[in-house]
Design a protein around this ligand. Structure first.
Ligand code: ATP
Ligand code: MG
Length: 329
């Protein structure tokens, strides 16, 4: 089986964008690949975190992976911080990555503008840690949203550079971008992606929002004065709602256009809200069930950390040898 790696940060509460752009695809891919799904808590501290909150969110995220349908016996679901190989490989890859490459990363530019008081070196080298995450497991595919494409390209460049120097050490990974939901936009600023670290809670639908909140946020979503449910770039708000509705119902954008032909935005937004509720409600119920079973989640955390460490160590030993670190005696 081919290998798949992906992860999410335990920063903020997960949004519908994370679900439709990433998690939902993961579930579909999990039969076909040998999968590693990480809660990338080491990435989270590139931005200041409250320790207790981070710990809680990391666990909630890991639980959510399982609630979304990832079988933790088949998929390796683990905390990045439980596998020291991520940090070790990241250091080595740092020495094979150029400042100029990192300077071009748009996420760094966005995030450093947002966190001007804390532009730390970790924020800058974040893409190198991401490369380490992926290359450590020799992943063939990496399902990500479009916002992560640039980082994935860099990962490929680093892998190719390393392979050219030392022989075939790393599998060069491919991105997997889902057909629908690849980029869900903010409900309030439809030219900006929906993001869990957005300050405006009305821009995002959180996976744990209750039905009333979901419906209210959809009703308040920014649209336009065209009064026509059409899938076109000139109507970014409506286009985004069509994307959301499509992803939740499996209908194509043109089917959605015909369904709402001659209808107002009020009806359309209500339908979008209901479609979102219908996919999130079962997910929320499952999260609650799982949260009640502490021993089960604990056992998953332990077993999967061991499994991840086993695979990580294999790659790491090979890399350490290649770069010239002395053998262990
Ligand atoms: P942050 O603002 O903390 O970076 P984020 O919402 O961007 O939060 P990440 O943890 O960086 O979340 O990304 C998790 C996954 O979700 C990635 O695969 C990313 O590509 C995907 N993703 C994030 N936002 C969206 C979105 N708006 N639409 C589709 N996919 C998304
Ligand atoms: Mg992000």
């Amino acid at each position: 089986k081919k290998i798949l790696f992906s992860g999410m940060q335990a920063t903020g509460n997960l949004t519908l964008g994370n679900y439709l752009g990433a998690l939902k695809n993961w579930v579909n891919l999990s039969d076909e690949y040998e999968c590693f799904y990480s809660v990338v808590d080491m990435h989270s501290i590139t931005v200041r975190q409250d320790p207790a909150t981070l710990r809680k969110r990391a666990r909630a995220l890991l639980t959510l992976y399982i609630a979304a349908g990832l079988d933790p016996k088949k998929n390796c679901i683990y905390y990045q911080s439980h596998v020291s190989g991520h940090a070790e490989l990241s250091w080595i890859l740092n020495c094979f990555t150029y400042m100029g490459e990192l300077n071009r990363m748009t996420q760094f530019k966005d995030k450093s503008a947002k966190h001007a008081d804390n532009i730390n070196a970790g924020l800058f080298t974040y893409p190198v840690l991401m490369a380490a995450d992926i290359l450590l497991y020799q992943a063939d595919v990496v399902p990500v949203g479009i916002d992560q494409m640039q980082h994935l390209e860099l990962t490929r460049d680093i892998a190719i550079r390393f392979n050219n120097l030392y022989g075939d050490v790393f599998t060069v990974p491919e991105a997997y971008i889902g057909k629908v939901g690849a980029k869900i936009m903010s409900l309030q600023e439809p030219c900006k992606k929906m993001s869990k670290s957005d300050e405006n809670p009305n821009g995002s639908i959180y996976l744990m929002d209750d039905p009333d909140t979901i419906i209210r946020k959809c009703k308040r979503a920014v649209t336009d004065s065209e009064a026509c449910v059409a899938y076109r770039d000139e109507q970014p708000g409506v286009k985004n709602l069509i994307d959301i509705y499509s992803a939740c119902t499996g209908k194509t954008p043109s089917e959605v256009e015909s369904e709402f032909e001659g209808k107002g935005y009020g009806d359309f937004k209500m339908a979008v809200g209901e479609a979102v509720v219908s996919i999130l409600k079962p997910l929320q119920d499952r999260v609650k069930e799982l949260e009640a079973d502490k021993a089960y989640i604990d056992s998953i955390i332990k077993e999967n950390a061991e499994k991840a460490n086993y695979y990580a160590a294999k790659t790491l030993r090979k890399v350490q040898r290649k770069v010239g670190f002395p053998d262990r005696i």
